[in-house]
Ligand binder design. Structure first.
Ligand code: CA
Length: 232
């Protein structure tokens, strides 16, 4: 972590899970705030302004998705959902409500820390930051110069392909739902047209992946959306 002791708010009613996260996160240099209900979580988020929120979906007083919506009315703090619900519909619902990422229980500490780093880095970029440069796995994308290179060679993308790739790069490491991508790239009237997205993603993979059937960068999150991989 580059920032000293970022404050993380954990909203989780399961004592065992809180114990596990308390141990792992304090060992990794985070300051942890704990809430066991949605009401307590909302109030701690408002009073302490944490850098990141880890949120369980099944809370005793309110569903985590509805809490995410309420937090998003006034807060841009990254929210990572930690939930036993592995269903794709739950993931889409939580991400569309404004969560930044989703981890299905049980998960390992290193996976959690990697997702937290992505969320914190992304939050630091938002707000007047320069246009992003993506550089990983041989792909170089400079959004300010509209430059795309693969292994040092310029790649020609159509305007739509470029918008799709630069959207994924702006959120590198994060999963974006089909609906979110369609709204951002094609416009608000097209949120249901996932077949457009499939076609363009296949085109991008043909141009950017050595083996489009086994992508290394443009990753599918089945039933949820896509993620541009930005670390090994
Ligand atoms: Ca729970």
């Amino acid at each position: 972590m580059s920032e000293p002791a970022p404050t993380v708010l954990l909203v989780e009613d399961e004592a065992q899970m809180r114990r596990f996260l308390r141990a792992s996160l304090s060992a990794s240099g985070f300051t942890l705030l704990e809430a066991t209900t949605a009401a307590e979580g909302l109030s701690l988020a408002a009073s302490h302004n944490p850098e990141l929120i880890l949120l369980d979906l099944g809370l005793p007083d309110e569903d985590g998705v509805s809490l995410t919506r309420r937090l998003r009315e006034w807060s841009r703090t990254p929210i990572i959902i930690i939930s036993a619900r592995g269903r794709e519909a739950s993931k889409v619902e939580a991400l569309d409500a404004g969560a930044d990422d989703y981890l299905t229980k049980p998960f390992g500490v290193s996976e959690l820390l990697a997702r937290m780093r992505v969320a914190l880095r992304h939050a630091a970029l938002v707000g007047g930051a320069p246009a992003p440069v993506f550089d990983f796995g041989g792909l170089h994308l400079d959004c300010a110069r509209r430059e795309v290179k693969l292994d040092g060679q310029a790649v020609h993308l159509t305007p739509l392909e470029y918008r799709l790739l630069s959207l994924l790069a702006q959120h590198a490491g994060k999963v974006l739902t089909h609906g979110h991508i369609l709204r951002e790239v094609w416009g608000p009237g097209h949120a249901e047209q996932t077949h457009y997205l499939r076609v363009y993603m296949a085109q991008l993979r043909r141009k950017l992946e050595p083996d489009p059937a086994r992508p290394r960068l443009l990753m599918t999150e089945p039933g949820v959306g896509y993620r541009l991989r930005d670390q090994p």
